[in-house]
Design a protein around this ligand. Structure first.
Ligand code: 9MR
Length: 383
């Protein structure tokens, strides 16, 4: 009698344990919401560029979008030399520290933009006459910043936009003072400090044949010196009809053939007229706002919304096709209201280049790339 009571108790306890376990298992594996970062998790990082108000999470809706939708961040402006190293002898890490902390809070891949760039350059660089002194100050610039974030920033744009459109080296204070060596040295200095961080060369118009050849030469020269370059960043400031998918594909293949990763680092698609056929992101170019240049002041017509969604779908189909070569796709901002393309190459326009609208609602372009990946997953053979 006593024994059977014990057996009964044991069976009951076991039943409770088993039922709890089943419950726990169910709790442990809730379906992940279909956000960009979740849906593309097994393909490549999905990133966004963020500014101060996003870093400080002042808008709760925006903060939710950044945290839920993206698993990589780039600072749109606050890590440029002018901001982070304003005086020769003083660095200003306050905002950049908050940027990195935000990325850590959301378990993100954190990208540093940018160590060496001729634009938004801290004025003190231009005041150094002596070449050796300039090289030493530049070395300190690179090394101090990389040291500060060692082990916390996952990849760096070591050099940004060093090329002209014909593939030759852009005239800049760095080229002027240090010669071509500034390129290899910048990569060498960064690698010496944080060998685990991925080091990128980043530029716009990387689909143009001459510039592409120039970029390949530039990176190959550094690799030939035994200095590491981990990746090439194609910025991706594109338009509804250009560049062609074929040119984008050829560029991805050409860059990957160097044995480096390819990242799409600043993706946006302008929907506005581009009468000068201007490509890229040369910010010294700015034109007057002439009649007809700002056709969608109030609202984007449905027909263009659909065109944009299809363009994004085509671009992402290509990225998925080459996902083995692509490390990260980063949008240059979260919402249309934030985009630099409202001011370039014509000031004061209303552009619609991103995935979230001015009210922070996901656009048709957002739905199209989510649906694309879901279809893609269904077609993949189950391993
Ligand atoms: O989006 C950035 C914009 O807010 C700044 O005013 C501009 C100033 O240089 O830089 C923009 O970002 C650029 C990036 O740092 C490098 N590639 C081109 C981007 C668009 O100009």
């Amino acid at each position: 009698m006593k024994l059977s009571k014990h057996i009964l108790l044991a069976v009951a306890a076991l039943a409770i344990i088993v039922s709890c376990k089943t419950k726990d298992e169910k709790i442990e594996t809730p379906a992940k919401p279909n956000t960009l970062r979740n849906v593309y998790e097994d393909a490549f990082y999905i990133g966004t560029a963020i500014n101060t108000f996003q870093i400080e999470e002042t808008d709760s809706v925006m903060a939710k979008i950044v945290g839920n939708e993206f698993n990589s961040i780039t600072a749109e402006n606050i890590m440029k030399s002018m901001m982070i190293h304003p005086e020769r002898d003083s660095f200003n890490y306050e905002l950049a520290d908050k940027f990195v902390a935000l990325g850590e809070k959301y378990d993100m891949f954190i990208h540093g933009h940018t160590l060496i760039w001729h634009s938004q350059l801290s004025p003190w660089f231009q005041t150094i006459e002596d070449s050796l002194e300039f090289a030493n100050a530049t070395e300190r610039h690179v090394k101090d910043i990389v040291t500060h974030y060692k082990g916390r920033i996952n990849s760096w744009d070591v050099v940004n936009e060093a090329l002209n459109e014909d593939g030759t080296l852009r005239k800049s204070v760095f080229l002027d003072k240090m010669g071509e060596d500034y390129l290899a040295n910048a990569f060498k200095w960064a690698a010496e400090i944080d060998p685990k961080a991925d080091l990128y060369y980043n530029d716009y118009n990387m689909t143009n044949a001459d510039k592409r050849k120039g970029a390949i030469r530039l990176v190959q020269n550094i690799l030939d010196k035994g200095i590491k370059v981990d990746g090439i960043g194609m910025q991706g400031h594109w338009h509804l009809d250009s560049p062609s998918i074929e040119d984008i594909e050829q560029s991805i293949l050409d860059y990957a053939s160097l044995g480096v990763k390819v990242a799409i680092t600043e993706l946006d698609v302008s929907v506005l007229p581009n009468p000068w056929d201007l490509q890229g992101a040369e910010i010294s170019q700015n034109f007057e706002n002439k009649e007809g240049m700002n056709p969608y002041k109030e609202k984007l017509p449905d027909s263009i919304q659909v065109k944009l969604a299809n363009r994004y779908k085509d671009i992402f189909s290509l990225f998925l096709k080459h996902k083995d070569k692509i490390s990260r796709v980063t949008f240059w901002g979260v919402s249309d209201g934030q985009s630099w393309l409202n001011g370039f190459p014509v000031r004061g326009r209303t552009n619609y280049p991103l995935l979230f609208d001015r009210e922070l609602k996901p656009k048709a372009a957002y739905d199209s790339i989510i649906a694309l990946k879901q279809r893609f997953d269904k077609q993949q053979p189950v391993k």
